[in-house]
Design a protein around this ligand. Structure first.
Ligand code: ACM
Length: 699
């Protein structure tokens, strides 16, 4: 998509105060871009401007209870100049220059939508429910922030509504715990950008983070460890401690904390969705209550024993307390990454499989999910889970969070279920957002703002008739490598804003160059407001080698694989190593090819004629966390007939485990005449893992 972008001048006076851009795909389709994230969907510029002065009147036409709530919100947020002004003038009606906020349920304004009309002598914001009014206020606040002194708004008419009903951010507060105040601070900001769901990953091996009265050891024991950093805990014995231990790290949300958070979020049109992991990622529970594990021992498998009725009594008690605290439609039950290994030999699990006629351990997982779904449905709630809940058959009313790509979401939607799209490659905000060697250690990957922004939650292959089942988008912040709240903000912002705009704004209106500028402004604002966003102005970007195709003597030449590449990371298949495309910071970017078979890469390039060459070079990646290692040995040999090869050069490289992403280039230089080049690389027997390379460059 080519986007034309022009700045239009709305009279010299206004242009200085307020920046408005016009974007469009072609001359017939132009859209005015306001300095607002997410970009409103239908904007018409009117003549003149409206002044926020003491001469304004303020009328709130809505039910008393909502008026009170909106006033309370504005008072809480009165450090924002617009709200300070509105709070001061509230209740006073004037002849003209009135500001009117109206909620009229019979209005023909869509859910969460609003109509804003600003003229020279009036400002009208109307909606059919409180959330729509709230979102209109967020638009106004950002418009006011982007004028010179926050007092002059351009005359404009906006009819706005979200593209998706679900616009979420997930925070993992298990791996590292950030408490109530941090969560409120994020709710404030996320609400400003019209995010409407905060999914809290409350339980995982690294710590249980919510008070449950029935099971006190979850918080007296399973919420604590002696290593503050997840990585030290994970690389150590992975023990839990107790709250009273002098080195205890951890914590949990008390029931009062949760009530306060839920109410705080609700005032800001955000629903908090709790996640209680099952059947796996549950080591902390099984350490505190080992009778729920197949082995009945702490520090054993990560899965609950599904053959044991005690497990269901536990889960149902926990879910009852959770439902009592969180009014959300959805309760997230995890469901991801269960190894299911212990179930294979557990007598109780095997008996359950037999008695229920289940299809092995996948059937057992599905049995759990179905049974928990019935329990939640009986209490008026719906089940939400990671895409593994599809394994063994999806529960009838479940919604799928598609994280391992988009296939899970597609499968769910094709079978009539809702899906929330959160594929790792676009929505995992724990990945590096810039060149890894410029960033604090992250889990891996490379997910710059632009890539998040360009993701479209509606897969291209999905027929129009199923689009409505794509319920929305979510950005996930897993926190294994994010030990502090400041670091969490750094990883969240501005990428969560790209999620917000994709969730709200129609794709034909989205504009990357314009969003980039608005994100830069938002970063300025966030800094002043005490947040710690990534500095987009200093972004280094992708590996420079990716910028253009490199043409060389092996470019486009056939490659014979003497050992196969790994089908999980095929890149472009047999073309990959001579297609002139170098990989970026992420081995998952479709340009790096992986080799696991017998730990080796073994290929022959046919130059298709004998030629004199002076250089052979290839890059290899190392990222130890996910098991990507540099090769220990490399050999290059040459041949003119493709059968008998003579050695050209070789390297022995000492593989050393480290924390950083390394891309190492091995280069041979000299002069030789050949047609065939055999390139072999072997992994170290100590580390094994995957070898990744992107191109064999021959000059
Ligand atoms: C997940 O990332 N395991 C949902």
């Amino acid at each position: 998509m080519k986007i034309k972008r022009t700045t239009i001048v709305i009279g010299c006076f206004l242009a200085e105060l307020f920046f408005v851009n016009v974007t469009g795909q072609n001359k017939y389709q132009q859209h005015i871009q306001l300095p607002v994230i997410p970009q409103p969907n239908q904007v018409t510029l009117l003549q003149g401007s409206f002044s926020l002065t003491k001469d304004n009147g303020m009328i709130l036409e809505m039910a008393d209870s909502i008026r009170k709530q909106i006033m309370a919100y504005m008072v809480e947020e009165k450090e924002k100049p617009l709200y300070r002004h509105l709070v001061q003038i509230s209740g006073k009606k004037k002849e003209k220059n009135n500001i009117r906020f109206i909620i009229c349920p019979t209005q023909n304004i869509p859910t969460e939508g609003y109509h804003l009309r600003i003229t020279q002598d009036s400002l009208l914001l109307e909606a059919s429910q409180a959330s729509g009014l709230f979102y209109g206020m967020q638009t106004l606040v950002q418009m006011a922030m982007n004028t010179e002194n926050g007092q002059i708004l351009p005359a404009v008419e906006i009819f706005d509504k979200p593209r998706f009903a679900y616009r979420g951010v997930m925070l993992d507060i298990s791996r590292h715990f950030y408490g109530k105040d941090f969560l409120k601070k994020q709710i404030d900001l996320l609400a400003q950008y019209k995010i409407n769901r905060l999914h809290l990953h409350l339980t995982d091996a690294a710590g249980w983070r919510i008070e449950i009265e029935h099971f006190p050891r979850l918080t007296s024991q399973a919420a604590w460890r002696t290593q503050a950093k997840w990585k030290d805990w994970w690389n150590g014995k992975r023990y839990y401690s107790t709250e009273t231990h002098r080195e205890a790290y951890g914590g949990y949300l008390t029931k009062n904390d949760v009530r306060e958070l839920v109410e705080y979020a609700q005032k800001r049109a955000i629903t908090i969705i709790p996640e209680i992991e099952m059947p796996s990622h549950s080591e902390e529970v099984l350490a505190a209550y080992p009778e729920l594990s197949c082995t009945h021992q702490p520090y054993g498998p990560s899965d609950f024993c599904i053959g044991n009725e005690k497990t269901f009594r536990f889960l149902e008690e926990v879910l009852l307390e959770i439902m009592d605290l969180f009014p959300s439609e959805y309760i997230h039950i995890g469901g991801d990454e269960a190894p299911k290994t212990a179930w294979k030999t557990c007598l109780l699990c095997q008996r359950r499989i037999r008695e229920e006629g289940l299809n092995g351990v996948d059937g057992l997982q599905s049995y759990l999910i179905h049974r928990i779904e019935r329990f939640l449905n009986a209490h008026g709630r719906n089940l939400l889970g990671w895409d593994e809940i599809l394994d063994g058959g999806l529960a009838p009313n479940a919604t799928v969070m598609s994280w391992r790509g988009t296939e899970g979401g597609l499968a769910a939607v094709r079978s009539g279920h809702r899906a929330i799209m959160t594929p790792g490659a676009y929505c995992y905000l724990d990945s590096y957002q810039d060149a890894p060697n410029t960033q604090p250690e992250a889990i891996g990957g490379y997910l710059p703002l632009e890539k998040v922004y360009h993701y479209d939650p509606i897969p291209k292959e999905l027929p129009d008739s199923l689009h409505h089942l794509i319920y929305g988008i979510q950005g996930n912040l897993w926190t294994e490598y994010i030990p502090t709240p400041e670091h969490a903000e750094y990883m969240l912002y501005p990428r969560a804003l790209a999620v917000a705009e994709t969730g709200w704004t129609n794709p034909d209106i989205k504009s990357w160059p314009d969003f980039h500028q608005r994100a830069m402004n938002a970063i300025e604002y966030m800094r002043h407001a005490g947040y710690n966003p990534f500095d987009l102005a200093k972004e280094y970007g992708n590996r420079p080698e990716t910028a253009q195709q490199c043409k060389h003597k092996a470019f486009g030449k056939p490659v014979i694989y003497k050992a196969p590449y790994w089908h999980t990371y095929p890149a472009e298949g047999e073309r990959t190593l001579t297609d002139g495309l170098r990989g970026g910071w992420n081995y998952n970017d479709g340009r790096w090819q992986g080799f696991v078979s017998s730990r080796r890469l073994d290929i022959v390039i046919d130059l298709e004629k004998t030629d004199t060459i002076h250089c052979i070079e290839a890059d290899f990646m190392q990222l130890c966390g996910p098991g990507v290692f540099l090769p220990e040995q490399i050999k290059i040999s040459i041949s003119n007939n493709g059968n008998e090869f003579v050695p050209l050069t070789s390297w022995k490289h000492q593989v050393v485990r480290d924390d950083t992403l390394t891309i190492k280039r091995f280069t041979w230089k000299g002069e030789v005449s050949t047609r065939f080049i055999r390139y072999q690389a072997e992994a170290s027997p100590t580390y094994g893992g995957v070898i990744f390379t992107d191109e064999i460059v021959v000059k």
